[in-house]
Design a protein around this ligand. Structure first.
Ligand code: BGP
Length: 460
């Protein structure tokens, strides 16, 4: 027994996504997604002009990579399926994609690595974006067709599915902040995108349950606990609104089957409510998730709005502003605060306010620039900072679980260095280092460490 012992069957693993790891973006019948297209028209927006075509070559090297997972005792892995690879025209199945995913899932299972398969990780097929992306009801239906196809093809072996990874991110980055394609800044359109993503998720949950496949389906949300600067009324209100927009907008409908009434009232007040068709809210109410994945990187610290609002448009920032906590510790490469206790707060929050639904940490990690600095004589990245990061988060997670939170696994972001959207390969997160010139992989010290933890199901 170790000091921090985890329950039998606890899942230890890593997450990844198709666009960030597969590469082979335009071969074997794959259609373009928004990343492929956006890189073509605005390559300068990507770090060092590196795009999504050949990201980490998982499509080519998945067999050896899965052996590497096994080598460090991971018992689970979360890839995503590329919608535009599986259904290039949105309707018809691409057999080469089916072969690839079949082989990948079979290989994982043969190595005792349980796949948790995610359907949507920021990667809208371009032809559907042209139809309006998540603003379009037609795309919601198309997603359901894609989900059903994936369940039919792979549901005999894949027993854990997730509908979306961080559905708030395409809303925030694509429709509020000009960080992701289609680079819109419009709160009303953002709300429609959020609502349709939620509806698409609930419909996929419904389809999965109707298929009778004897597995489970969940959703992965990036929960950012909102901490107010003080207990003043203004600061508390600011934190509550940030929480409504960025956490509860997906957490409540996904787990409880209904939107928070305060959120609905706020949107109504500013005339931002989306078009809701008859039956939509019933679908959301009746098809809640079986489990939750939680990505946790950083908290959100807020205070009441003190500086004038810059635009006339209504945006979430009109209701609060960021607060810099004097004691904060930063990951300077990513600009994110490191606050390990946040994971404990999430664990207890899920236990107390979300029916103690089964959940797992679906991403937790630290992106660091220029890691070659830390390569030792044997060629290994000595990433003690990352081990420290995992360990401290795991201690808080363990405490939350001891107090009864129903957590069944811990996945890091990510298995091997991969392509981080606009940041491309700037910050590295992997348990394995990827040399981009040779595509060779080398386990990092943190990979070895996590492997030991997985093997002992705990650590001292
Ligand atoms: C999460 C995403 C991942 C991943 C990670 C790290 O939000 O689900 O896709 O990229 O964050 O962030 P970044 O790559 O922007 O540094």
């Amino acid at each position: 027994m170790t000091t921090y012992q985890f329950p039998d069957g606890f899942l230890w693993g890593a997450a990844a996504s198709a666009t960030q790891t597969e590469g082979a973006a335009d071969v074997d019948g794959k259609a373009k997604n928004i990343w492929d297209y956006w890189f073509e028209i605005e390559p300068e927006r990507f770090h060092e002009g590196v795009g999504p075509q050949e990201t980490s070559t998982f499509y080519k090297n998945f067999q050896a990579d899965i052996e590497r997972m096994k080598a460090i005792h991971l018992n689970s892995f979360r890839p995503s399926i590329s919608w535009s690879r599986l259904l290039p025209d949105g309707t018809n199945v691409n057999q080469q994609a089916v072969d690839f995913y079949n082989q990948m899932f079979d290989e994982l299972l043969a190595h005792g690595v349980e796949p948790i398969v995610n359907l949507y990780h920021f990667d809208m097929p371009m032809h559907f974006q042209e139809k309006g992306g998540w603003e379009s009801r037609e795309v919601v239906e198309a997603f359901n067709h894609y989900a059903q196809t994936a369940f039919d093809l792979f549901g005999d072996r894949v027993k854990k599915w997730t509908t979306f990874n961080e559905p708030i991110v395409p809303v925030e980055m694509g429709y509020l902040n000009d960080f992701h394609y289609p680079c819109v800044v419009d709160m009303k359109r953002a709300v429609a995108v959020a609502f349709h993503s939620m509806l698409a998720s609930a419909k996929a949950v419904q389809s999965y349950h109707q298929a009778g496949l004897h597995g489970e389906i969940g959703i992965i949300l990036n929960l950012t606990p909102s901490y107010p600067r003080s207990h003043s009324k203004g600061d508390m209100e600011a934190a509550k609104i940030a929480d409504l927009f960025f956490n509860r907008s997906f957490l409540d409908p996904s787990v409880l089957g209904a939107y928070p009434s305060e959120l609905v009232e706020l949107l109504r007040k500013y005339e931002l409510l989306p078009t809701i068709e008859a039956g939509d809210l019933e679908i959301i109410q009746q098809h809640t998730v079986d489990f939750l994945g939680v990505n946790y990187y950083q908290p959100r610290r807020v205070k009441e709005r003190e500086t004038p609002i810059q635009t006339e448009a209504i945006l979430p920032e009109n209701f609060f502003e960021p607060y810099i906590w004097p004691e904060r510790r930063m990951n300077p490469y990513r600009g994110w605060e490191i606050y390990e206790k946040g994971l404990y707060d999430i664990a207890i929050h899920i236990k107390e306010n979300y029916g103690n639904i089964p959940w797992y940490v679906a991403e937790n990690g630290m992106g660091v620039e220029n890691e070659e600095r830390f390569i030792d004589d044997s060629g290994m990245v000595q990433d003690d900072y990352r081990i420290e990061f995992y360990k401290e988060h795991l201690k808080w997670l363990h405490k939350g679980m001891e107090e009864g939170s129903n957590c069944f696994g811990y996945h890091v972001w990510t298995f091997m260095d991969n392509w981080s959207w606009l940041n491309a390969y700037k910050n590295r997160y992997g348990l394995y280092r990827v040399d981009l010139r040779t595509q060779k992989r080398y386990v990092k010290q943190s990979g070895k460490w996590l492997g030991q933890v997985a093997q002992q199901n705990g650590f001292e």
